[in-house]
Design a protein around this ligand. Structure first.
Ligand SMILES: NC(=O)c1ccc[n+]([C@@H]2O[C@H](COP(=O)([O-])OP(=O)(O)OC[C@H]3O[C@@H](n4cnc5c(N)ncnc54)[C@H](OP(=O)(O)O)[C@@H]3O)[C@@H](O)[C@H]2O)c1
Length: 228
């Protein structure tokens, strides 16, 4: 998949890094901000030819849209106001429901930002991705153990494949991580990564990488129900 225009809402730490990642993958960006002058300044720094500055509504008109705003800062209210515009779009959800001091989530264990977002935007397709990638890792996603993983989740297999294709040239390892409800675990892996990083002196460059080896004969059938 090449030459797609992707809308990004917000001009913060994740927004600029995901915009760079998309540009490196050959795509263009519509950068939406509450303040279009800010979007213009950031677009100028990123790539004035391929990053089009605008409002949230303009960015939300793209086929793929990445809200890069914290839930605690009102991301859901902003997206609710854009619900009609986002109908038919694939919303790439990077939200972790952190509280103000990053010590916990503002959602209970039984809920995830991805599932709540899908409920809020029933006419859009939510694909969760990049939840565990701290912004500091974008500058150098290589660890001694290999590239860090990006777990990609959705209840729509086609949309999930499309999002993985959008970032196919990315240095991260994109992993199909199953259904959207897996966001409950994947989002909490970010919380755990922060705690482990703080306990063991690895912050802020921490990441997850799934390890494994190919099936041994006879094993595959025993686990078919797990991914059904
Ligand atoms: N930081 C990470 O390492 C990381 C990693 C994975 C996922 N995430 C997720 O990515 C999202 C963005 O994180 P971030 O670190 O990029 O956040 P950030 O640097 O604080 O940027 C968030 C952007 O949200 C917009 N915004 C809209 N309403 C706002 C308000 N009331 N207060 C403040 N900003 C507001 C702002 O853009 P405009 O002013 O231009 O509108 C701001 O630049 C979050 O949902 C987070 O959970 C973050």
């Amino acid at each position: 998949m090449s030459g797609i225009e992707v809308g990004i809402l917000g001009t913060g730490r994740m927004s600029v890094r995901l915009a760079s990642e998309l540009l490196s993958n050959g795509h263009d960006v519509v950068l939406g901000s509450r303040d279009v002058a800010r979007a213009k300044r950031v677009a100028q720094l990123l790539n004035p030819d391929r990053v089009r500055p605008g409002s949230y509504a303009e960015a939300a008109s793209s086929r793929f849209v990445i809200p890069a705003i914290f839930m605690r800062d009102g991301a859901f209210d902003l997206l609710s106001a854009l619900r009609t515009r986002l109908a038919g779009a694939t919303v790439i959800d990077i939200l972790n429901p952190f509280n103000a001091d990053y010590s916990d989530f503002i959602l209970p264990w039984s809920k995830s930002a991805s599932e709540e977002l899908q409920r809020l935007l029933p006419q859009s397709t939510v694909v969760g991705a990049f939840k565990n990638v701290f912004w500091e890792t974008f500058e150098n996603p290589d660890f001694a153990e290999g590239h860090s993983d990006v777990y990609v989740i959705s209840d729509d297999a086609v949309a999930k494949r499309e999002v993985m294709a959008l970032f196919a040239k990315s240095p991260f390892r994109l992993v199909d991580a199953g259904r959207l409800s897996n966001a409950r675990t994947i989002e909490r892996m970010t919380l755990l990564a922060a705690e482990l990083g703080a306990r063991h002196g690895f912050l802020p460059r921490v990441g997850w990488r799934f390890l494994g080896e190919p099936w041994k004969a006879g094993i595959k059938d025993k686990f078919a129900h797990v991914i059904a």
